[in-house]
Write a protein that binds this ligand. Structure first.
Ligand SMILES: [Zn+2]
Length: 416
């Protein structure tokens, strides 16, 4: 028999004393009462579930040593004050975040705070660190405002109905990363959000469209809140329009061949774009010397070797050379340019012809000519002629004579 009964001065139960005659559970209760005191000797009713839950924990010593950490005691004192709102936002503001995260788990576990979505928490943690890494104070403030008033609000609404999941978390990060990239891009282009023009917005979307599209939620918010002028948000890349189909190309070729209301010159240039995928700048530098004859076959020196020009294109091209415009002025009388301009000795101005081609339904941007180039590789000019019902014999003869893939009739990339 032991001489001294080991009973707790607090609860009277038998067990090892922890300090001053108290068992571990009573010591923890004492510490909890101290740290959760509302200033009037009691504990806020909202925090009673936490108090009751913690004092019954299996290992009270662990609880006691947790409460001894200065920042933990400080966080709990803040919560204990009747002036503090017991919300997730209050815990969000607490530092360091690892301790705050643990406290939040505890508060959720005991039902003091409603359970929140795991990915919402992960996003918020990422957000705080990411914002801290942004050097430009104005950028950081704006992005923080956007994240708080738009992104987080949206994510919370979703999280109230269903788990957010990893994808929404990642999407929200992507929006912010691209939004920050856009602000930096504006800086690099010597402009500001409130002075952003439609041309700026188009230029931003012109490269890496798929990635940069992520910034559009930010752009819409900036327009709605007056941080930037109201502009049209491009729905797809302005430099890389959707490639045209072979059918569309053939329809445009037919139109250029048959449209008598369009000047021959414009029709010829349109056909050279559509048949040979040549950049306008290259086409406009063609001279009469680039037009050659090999027996009955008309050849055009767009590259090496020269490209055969099948009927009916050859006929249209030859007719055109007889009636070239801008050759009646004194300075241009001897011009060798295939497409002489108004100014003496100069070929036609590319910007003039581009707008005229746009009216014909042929957008002559670099993206468009890349798209047409693909079609030319699949279906070069002689094949097009055959598809249109012209000159089947010539096309067959060429195919046999060449004994090489049709791709040799798609001249190289002169843009490079
Ligand atoms: Zn006790």
């Amino acid at each position: 028999m032991t001489a001294t009964p080991l009973t707790c001065d607090g609860c009277g139960r038998e067990g090892r004393r922890y300090r001053r005659g108290l068992c571990g559970a009573c010591a923890l209760t004492e510490d909890l009462q101290a740290v959760l005191d509302d200033g009037h000797g009691s504990i806020r009713p909202e925090l009673l579930p936490l108090f009751e839950g913690m004092r019954q924990m299996d290992n009270p010593r662990a609880g006691v040593s947790w409460l001894r950490r200065p920042h933990v005691a400080e966080m709990l004192r803040i919560l204990a004050s009747p002036d503090t709102a017991i919300t997730h936002e209050t815990v969000d503001a607490m530092m360091p975040w690892r301790s705050a995260a643990y406290l939040r788990d505890l508060l959720m576990h005991h039902g003091v705070l409603p359970a929140v979505d795991r990915h919402l928490l992960l996003f918020k943690r990422w957000l705080a660190e990411w914002l801290a890494g942004i050097d430009d104070v104005e950028h950081r403030r704006l992005l923080e405002r956007f994240a708080t008033w738009h992104l987080l609000r949206k994510l919370r609404t979703i999280a109230n109905r269903q788990p957010l999941g990893m994808k929404r978390n990642q999407d929200a990060r992507r929006v912010l990363v691209q939004a920050a990239a856009f602000l930096t891009w504006l800086d690099d282009h010597n402009t500001r959000l409130d002075r952003c023009t439609q041309a700026d917005l188009d230029a931003w979307h012109a490269t890496a469209f798929l990635a940069r599209r992520s910034a559009q939620a930010f752009l819409r918010w900036c327009m709605a809140t007056g941080h930037m002028p109201k502009l049209a948000i491009p729905t797809r890349s302005t430099l890389n329009p959707a490639p045209i189909s072979q059918r569309q190309r053939l329809a445009l070729i037919r139109k250029a061949l048959s449209d008598q209301s369009t000047p021959d010159r414009d029709r010829v240039i349109a056909l050279l774009v559509l048949l040979y995928a040549q950049p306008i700048s290259r086409i406009l530098r063609l001279t009469l010397d680039d037009l050659m004859h090999d027996g009955d076959q008309v050849l055009l020196r767009l590259g090496d070797p020269p490209s055969p020009v099948p009927e009916p294109f050859a006929g249209l091209l030859l007719d055109y050379t007889q009636t070239r415009p801008n050759t009646t002025t004194a300075t241009n009388r001897d011009s060798r340019w295939l497409f002489p301009g108004r100014r003496g000795g100069q070929p036609l101005d590319p910007t003039t012809i581009q707008s005229r081609l746009s009216k014909l339904g042929i957008l002559a941007g670099p993206g468009r000519s890349a798209a047409i180039r693909q079609l030319v590789l699949q279906t070069p000019a002689p094949v097009v002629a055959r598809m249109l019902g012209y000159d089947a014999d010539t096309a067959t003869r060429l195919a046999t004579a060449a004994g090489s893939p049709w791709s040799r009739y798609a001249p190289g990339d002169h843009e490079q």
